[in-house]
Write a protein that binds this ligand. Structure first.
Ligand code: GLY
Ligand code: MN
Ligand code: MN
Length: 535
């Protein structure tokens, strides 16, 4: 009896201490299960959707990059390990032993030796108990698992990257993909792009001219596709009669590399309350990062030091990653849209463009603030800044249910063009390259998230991020050279308007200057000189 009590006590303590060890605010197993149901409802009858986990990427020698799961795979499973396959069936299947299942995950094997070096693994049992899968199987069994892919009307998957050789495991991603190709009768040298083009050539709903135009566009971006004899010949045929002869040569199969993209775009575009909670946290954390940097900033700081303060704040709040490589560009460096070197030793008296987003439990923010390193905007900096601010405000107002995806961009661009002409940087109506990127993208598990680019719906989160970049040598007065401003906020489209999720990060000239004048806890954080002169 005493032994039983002692065991019970130890069991409770161990549960309690495990409960203390990991955050509890991940997406729930029910969320992922419901998302698989939602996908199943979109799928054609008698089809299977096949998803692979992201590959492990080697950094150098025996060191890999920190693992990051493929966002579609994470959305549907919550599983954060590599070398895994997920199958979702539109109809019930029956195993050799008579069990019914309509989804199955193959997970990497438990392995105490490997887990000692590279971390804990859930194993199939953990996928059932912790992620709520009814059918989870060790990935080594995928090879001989009784699945007849030819019985399905459609076998849907994303095109293969074909660069994932990693022969260290018993059933690594490379093996799993090879096994799938064999089971599903995927021909050697299969290319998703070529397959898509063949489908277009065969499409009975398209006329000859539409097919020609589509293929012309696709081959311009993928010239290697012209190595395929059918595509090459199709680009040369003159009429539908000749095209029909080619169509007869295209093999019939049940493979599809297009439908899943559309389904995942639809599903991931709309965020549930559970997702929004995590996304809000990622955005809040990123805004605090911006605020703390504003307080701490001085002209003697380096770009990487500024980056480090943001990223320290992200970690302090439990963010696992940055959602994308951090961008901290002083002066002219801000003109490089995705500048990631961040190696200028002193930002001096210029503007510093800071585009950084914390990733919290998968969801990433994307917030940009541009601030004067010395705490005060010059006249020229302020003039450009206020144009971008006005353009952004116009973009916000276009974030309404029913508006099309391009509406914020048109609104922001109209302001930039008009105001730049008023300032004399361009002539009215003149084409220019001072605003060379789009204004919005979806935001979620990916920084450039999935979405349909259709009319706005409630629950959609997009960025609104106009910018003006005036590199040295631009055809305008030299006083504008080196000014680069982007302001980027994360906007939730609601049933009756929009909400700025990143409103907490100071955005106007006055707010920024006020916060920059505040003391920072980092003012007292003085590190020793490495040459030993000071301590
Ligand atoms: N941070 C990348 C972007 O704004 O799209
Ligand atoms: Mn962005
Ligand atoms: Mn950004």
């Amino acid at each position: 009896m005493r032994a039983t009590l002692l065991f019970l006590f130890l069991f409770i303590i161990s549960q309690f201490s495990t409960a203390q060890e990991t955050p509890k605010d991940y997406l729930s197993g029910d969320f992922h299960k419901e998302r698989r149901e939602a996908l199943r409802k979109l799928m054609p009858k008698n089809a299977v959707a096949v998803f692979f986990a992201n590959p492990v990427r080697n950094r150098a020698n025996d060191v890999d990059f920190q693992y990051h799961q493929d966002p579609d795979f994470y959305y549907l499973t919550g599983y954060n390990e590599p070398h895994s396959v997920l199958l979702i069936f539109s109809d019930w299947q029956e195993s050799a032993t008579g069990e019914k299942y309509n989804e199955i995950i193959f997970t990497q094997s438990r392995n105490p030796q490997a887990e000692m070096w590279t971390g804990r693994r859930l194993g199939a049992e953990g996928a059932e108990t912790k992620l709520g899968f009814k059918t989870a199987v060790d990935h080594q069994k995928f090879k001989d698992y009784g699945l007849e892919f030819k019985q399905f009307s459609k076998v849907m998957f994303f095109d293969f990257q074909n660069d994932i050789r990693d022969e260290r495991g018993e059933a690594d991603l490379y093996d799993l993909q090879q096994q799938f190709k064999q089971k599903a009768n995927i021909p050697a040298g299969f290319s998703g792009m070529t397959h898509r083009m063949h489908q277009i050539i065969k499409d009975e709903k398209m006329n000859f001219t539409q097919k020609k135009e589509s293929l012309y566009r696709m081959t311009r971006f993928n010239p290697m596709a012209l190595n395929d004899p059918i595509i090459k010949d199709f680009m040369e045929v003159k009429d539908n009669e000749q095209a029909m002869k080619l169509i007869a040569k295209i093999p019939n199969n049940n493979l599809d590399v297009e439908l899943l993209d559309g389904y995942m775009d639809q599903l991931r575009e709309i965020k549930s309350a559970e997702e929004l909670k995590l996304l809000r946290k990622a955005v809040d954390v990123s805004c605090v990062g911006q605020m703390e940097v504003m307080k701490a900033m001085h002209p003697g700081m380096s770009e990487s030091e500024i980056q480090g303060i943001h990223e320290f704040v992200f970690k302090k709040y439990g963010s696992e990653y940055e959602g994308y490589p951090s961008i901290v560009g002083g002066g002219q460096n801000g003109c490089i849209l995705h500048y990631v070197e961040n190696n200028k030793p002193k930002v001096g008296n210029e503007l510093v463009l800071m585009d950084l987003g914390a990733e919290y439990h998968g969801y990433t923010a994307d917030v940009t603030r541009t601030i004067p390193a010395n705490g005060k905007f010059s006249e020229e900096q302020k003039a450009i800044y206020n144009i971008v601010l006005e353009a952004q405000n116009a973009g916000f107002e276009a974030c309404k249910v029913g508006n099309d995806f391009g509406a914020p961009d048109r609104a922001a661009r109209e302001v930039v063009n008009r105001r730049l002409a008023e300032l004399g940087l361009i002539k009215s109506g003149e084409q220019h390259s001072y605003f060379p990127h789009g204004t919005s993208h979806y935001l979620g598990l990916d920084v450039h998230d999935r979405g349909t680019r259709d009319k706005f719906k409630p629950g959609t989160v997009i960025t609104v991020e106009p910018g003006i970049y005036i590199p040295e040598g631009s055809p305008c007065d030299k006083k504008w050279w080196g000014i680069a401003v982007r302001i980027e906020d994360d906007i939730l489209i609601t049933a009756d308007g929009w909400e700025n999720l990143s409103a907490r990060a100071p955005r106007t000239v006055e707010e920024i200057e006020r916060v920059m004048a505040m003391p920072s806890p980092l003012d007292d954080f003085v590190l020793p000189d490495l040459d030993g002169k000071k301590n």
